[in-house]
Design a protein around this ligand. Structure first.
Ligand code: MG
Length: 185
């Protein structure tokens, strides 16, 4: 859960939550490189990718190997910065694992993204994003945080968040032109 000092900093603010990959950051180059390297034909139906190749893809994609290929989504980053400067609480909620924390912080700094908290997937957690993120949002609400807006690209996660939290305004993003293998809806 959020450390107590961050909770105290955020409890009087209206909170906006942002996903990172494909919402604030364009990951398409890292995605394609990881697909290539794991031996997946990019034109394969995503449901037909054997588990071994799929696991290999995730290992490469969620490492720092091709992180340098990511590009900032400047339009949305400007919107975020405006909200940050207006006094909203900004929480980044990502499926990226804790092992990528240092590299992620560096990347966010490079792209000029400011935030109050960065929540990453704990080691060995393999829950689908839609459940993992829903659980964390529930925790934050139970903790007393006032979440007003949520930004996300994954269609399945968007559906579940909308169903569970009708008071949160959900904003859909899509930097990818086509369905990605982690768009598991
Ligand atoms: Mg995403």
């Amino acid at each position: 859960m959020l450390p107590l000092d961050i909770y105290n900093q955020l409890k009087h603010k209206e909170i906006i939550i942002y996903d990172i990959d494909n919402t604030l950051i364009d990951v398409s180059k890292r995605y394609m490189k990881s697909i290539e390297e794991s031996g997946i034909d990019p034109h394969t139906n995503i449901r037909r990718i054997p588990p071994k190749e799929r696991a290999k893809f995730w290992k490469i994609f969620l490492s720092n190997k091709y992180l340098h290929l990511d590009k900032p989504n400047m339009g949305e980053i400007e919107n975020l910065m405006k909200k940050y400067n207006e006094g909203y609480g900004i929480i980044l909620l990502t499926g990226r694992p804790e092992t990528l924390r240092k590299d992620t912080i560096k990347q966010l700094e490079k792209f000029g993204i400011k935030y109050h908290a960065l929540i990453m997937r704990p080691k060995n957690n393999r829950e689908p994003d839609k459940y993992y993120k829903t659980k964390l949002i529930k925790e934050m609400i139970n903790y007393g945080l006032k979440i007003i807006e949520y930004h996300e690209d994954d269609p399945a996660t968007i559906d579940v968040i909308k169903k569970n939290f009708p008071d949160i305004k959900v904003i859909k993003h899509n930097l990818a032109n086509e369905k990605l293998i982690f768009h598991d809806d």
